[in-house]
Design a protein around this ligand. Structure first.
Ligand SMILES: *[C@@H]1O[C@H](CO)[C@@H](O)[C@H](O)[C@H]1NC(C)=O
Length: 503
């Protein structure tokens, strides 16, 4: 009796812990698709594409990768995400894969869905191997379930065909959206975020281990504020695997340390609207973490920070009569055609800790990046959306900001680099800036206390509570069932106590 009750209680306890651990993670994918329908297109200067001139292998001494081949290998925009074409399986099946630095699973549609045109047919790939293990991922927006397997993948200009873990998406909710042109997601963050657990080696870890390219990738997203570009000329971008391509940026590259390796967690020291320091306690900016995430459309700010930013922007913009709907993201602001509103708005600066701990640098975005044109509602108006939203789960440097910069995810050196992107241009004007160094003497030595460290603590507390519950439950069950058996005098072979007694 004791054994049965104990093992049941133990199993229950383990299940509770497991369920708890799983539900604690939601991945911050939050793609904004064009909710504002329109048949008319915006009259914007066409995207400036980078002209490749000669080889640039400076950053890859081994010379095994030609970064220029990877320039403009992305399509998409901040609204619907940036994706790249990949070839999966044998014979190869081509799929468009969303690039997401805020999660760690490589997952592709493996069954039909109304919003996607095609999917990865595992039966047709002779090299696909199922592990039979189930997997599920929940994002801020949407979720999916499927099965884990492995297969070969071919990435243009990366040598060989590495074998990688693939989660095949068999069912999903709110994950594939109407109008998106991708069928899978490439999670580029660290193993700690991989589902069902960190033993599922993420895509980029596998590629680095099997091909020997340096443990660095970099991302240039060229939408420059176009939240919903026309399908005829979609904005592009570049995902450079294995290094840094010098032709994609101008000026210097500034690096900020990665605080913890799960998301790309960085430390925000200060925020400025125009020239005005928001002057919040710097811990507010990193509440409960600050991350760099290409899979999130907007710049997302913790509620307190968001309110302060909106207050400062409305004060500086001289436009008093904006409805709260505009700031809240439910309403557009429209001007007569040709009357661009950007001159009314201040620039926004985020100070990041430099690799020299006593210094910082600031990345600034002009209103062209955060007051985003939406295809016009009627022919006479140009309408805009506010590209910043409030967040309950930390500060997210999403596509709205990333479009201003060439961002280097230097995992080998545990740092994220920012430089002014050569495609962050609107009407001939640069829409982003980087300045530094600044002294960080006026801010706390650690603005990001908490984050990952806080989470295990939460787990320990919840486990402890559950353990107490389980023990109480166990004792109760034990008392009830054992007493019951004693009274009825029932003897069964299943009870080890009884067996011992018989012996
Ligand atoms: C770091 O920054 C401080 C303050 O600007 C400076 O005095 C110091 O020399 C820097 N250290 C290094 C290693 O560059």
């Amino acid at each position: 009796c004791l054994w049965v009750v104990a093992s049941v209680a133990l199993a229950l306890f383990i299940m509770l812990c497991f369920g708890m651990a799983k539900s604690l993670y939601t991945i911050p994918l939050k793609i904004f698709i064009g909710t504002f329908n329109s048949s008319l297109d915006l009259d914007l200067t066409p995207m400036k594409r980078i002209q490749a001139s000669g080889l640039s292998l400076a950053s890859d001494p081994a010379g095994i990768v030609n970064f220029l081949d990877m320039v403009t290998n992305l399509q998409g925009d901040s609204g619907r995400g940036y994706y790249m074409e990949m070839t999966l399986g044998t014979p190869g099946q081509k799929l468009n894969i969303l690039v997401d630095t805020g999660s760690s699973n490589f997952a592709v549609a493996a069954a039909a869905h109304p919003f996607i045109t095609h999917f990865f047919n595992t039966v047709l790939s002779s090299t696909y191997q199922s592990t039979g293990r189930g997997v599920a991922v929940k994002y801020t927006q949407g979720n999916w379930e499927g099965e884990l397997g492995t297969d070969h993948v071919r990435i243009p200009s990366i040598p060989g065909t590495p074998t990688i873990n693939i989660a095949t998406i068999l069912s999903s909710n709110g994950f594939f959206l109407p109008g998106v042109n991708w069928q899978g997601i490439l999670g580029l963050a660290y193993p700690l975020l991989a589902q069902p657990d960190s033993s599922v080696e993420p895509f980029f870890n596998s590629v680095v281990r099997q091909t020997g390219i340096p443990d660095v990738f970099s991302l240039q997203m060229c939408g420059a504020g176009l939240s919903d570009s026309t399908t005829a000329d979609p904005a592009g971008g570049s995902l450079v695997m294995g290094g840094v391509e010098p032709t994609l940026y101008s000026g210097s590259m500034w690096y900020t340390p990665i605080k913890e390796e799960w998301y790309y967690q960085v430390e925000v020291l200060k925020l400025e609207v125009g020239d005005q320091n928001l002057n919040l306690d710097c811990k507010e900016y990193n509440q409960d973490k600050a991350i760099v995430d290409s899979g999130t459309t907007l710049l997302r700010l913790p509620v307190n920070v968001f309110n302060a930013v909106v207050e400062a922007i409305s004060r500086t913009s001289l436009i008093q009569d904006f409805t709260s709907g505009f700031w809240g993201g439910t309403k557009l602001a429209c001007w007569l055609k040709g009357e661009t509103p950007w001159r009314f708005f201040p620039k926004l600066s985020i100070y990041l800790r430099a690799t020299n701990n006593s210094q910082s640098f600031k990345i600034s975005i002009l209103p062209q990046l955060y007051i985003q044109p939406i295809t016009d509602v009627d022919g006479r108006l140009d309408c805009f959306r506010f590209g910043i939203s409030s967040s309950a789960n930390g500060l997210v440097i999403g596509a709205t900001v990333m479009e201003g910069f060439y961002v280097v995810f230097d995992r080998a050196e545990k740092r994220v680099g920012f430089a002014v992107s050569r495609c962050a241009v609107n009407g001939g004007l640069a829409v982003s800036e980087i300045l530094g160094p600044f002294s960080s003497a006026d801010v706390a030595s650690d603005c990001a206390a908490g984050g990952l460290l806080k989470e295990p603590l939460l787990w320990v507390i919840s486990y402890a509570l559950m353990a107490v519950c389980a023990v109480v439950l166990l004792i109760l069950l034990l008392l009830l069932s054992c007493r019951h058996r004693d009274r009825s005098g029932e003897i069964t072979d299943e009870s080890s106590l009884v067996r011992h007694r018989i012996k």
